[in-house]
Design a protein around this ligand. Structure first.
Ligand SMILES: [Zn+2]
Length: 260
C-alpha cells in the first residue's frame, strides 16, 4: 500500500492517465532509515483538517503519483544521486577524528543529481496542479538535449540530521529582499532547495551544470557546516525571514522521523 495516492490517476510527470506506480522519495538507494513515523506538518495551516496526520511506514516514504514509464526513467538519475550521498557519507566516516575536516570534494554527476531531485519533487504531490515550476520541470526532465530551465535553481547544503523533510510550494523571503517560490527535499547528508531565486548568498548551488549532460562528471564541494537551522528554509518561526505564503501542496509537506 502506498502512503500517498492520487485519486485521479494522472501521472505527475507526463500527465497521462493510467495505472500509477510507487515512487520512493527520497529514492531507494540513498542513506535513509526505512522505518519511519511521518507527520504532515503543513496540515497545521489547514483549519478543516480533522484526520490524524501521523502515519507509520516500514519501507520509507512512498508516493503513488507517477506512471511506471516515468518512474523507470528516473532510475538512472537516482543511481547517481545515491552515489553522491554515499560518497559524502564515506568521506565523513573516514574523517571522523580529523578536526581540520570542514569540507569535502566528491565525484558527482551534478546534472543527473538535479534531474533526480526534480523528478521526485514532481512526484511528491498528491493533487494534479500546474504551478509554473512543475510545468517547467516537465518540459526538460527526460530530455537530455535540453538544459535545466534558468528559472529552476537547485541549491544544496550539508544536512546532518536524521529527519527527512519534503515541503512543496511555499513563498518566502531570502536575504536582500529576494522572494522565492520554493520547495525542499532534505535527507541526510544533504538538503536540496529548489527555487526560482538565481543567487542566494552563502549557499552552494548546481546552476553551472544546468546545460551539462547527465553523464557529465565533476568534483563537487560541500562545506561541512550546517547551513542555518534544521528546519531552514521551510520552518515557520518568528526569528526567520518572513514566510509569506504557500500553495495547496504545502499542506502535504511532511517530516519522516526514524522509529526509535
Ligand atoms: Zn508518466
Amino acid at each position: 500500500m502506498s502512503l500517498y495516492n492520487k485519486t485521479d490517476k494522472v501521472c505527475n510527470i507526463c500527465r497521462k492517465k493510467g495505472e500509477l506506480s510507487e515512487d520512493h522519495v527520497p529514492p531507494k538507494g540513498v542513506l535513509f532509515n526505512k522505518v519511519v513515523w511521518m507527520d504532515n506538518f503543513g496540515k497545521q495551516f489547514q483549519k478543516d483538517d480533522e484526520k490524524s496526520r501521523i502515519r507509520f511506514s516500514q519501507s520509507g516514504i512512498r508516493f503513488k503519483t507517477i506512471c511506471h514509464k516515468c518512474n523507470n526513467k528516473l532510475h538512472d538519475y537516482d543511481r547517481k544521486l545515491a552515489e553522491f550521498s554515499h560518497s559524502i557519507h564515506n568521506e565523513l566516516i573516514k574523517n571522523l577524528s580529523n578536526p581540520q575536516f570542514n569540507e569535502v570534494e566528491i565525484d558527482c554527476y551534478p546534472n543527473a543529481v538535479m534531474r533526480s531531485i526534480l523528478g521526485h519533487l514532481l512526484s511528491a504531490k498528491i493533487e494534479t496542479d500546474n504551478v509554473v515550476i512543475d510545468k517547467s520541470i516537465r518540459s526538460f526532465i527526460f530530455d537530455d538535449s535540453k538544459s535545466i530551465s534558468e528559472k529552476v535553481n537547485v541549491y544544496y547544503w550539508f544536512y546532518p540530521y536524521v529527519n527527512v523533510k519534503i515541503a512543496r510550494d511555499f513563498v518566502r523571503m531570502f536575504s536582500d529582499k529576494q522572494f522565492g517560490f520554493n520547495s525542499v527535499i532534505k535527507f541526510p547528508p544533504v538538503g536540496y532547495l529548489i527555487t526560482d531565486v538565481p543567487n542566494i548568498r552563502g549557499l552552494e548551488n548546481l546552476n553551472d551544470f544546468k546545460s551539462k549532460k547527465p553523464n557529465y562528471k565533476t568534483k563537487i564541494k560541500l562545506m561541512l557546516r550546517p547551513f542555518n537551522q534544521e528546519d531552514w528554509p521551510e520552518g515557520v518561526a518568528d526569528n526567520y525571514n518572513p514566510f509569506i505564503a504557500f500553495g495547496k501542496s504545502f499542506c502535504n509537506s511532511l517530516v519522516a522521523k526514524p522509529k526509535k
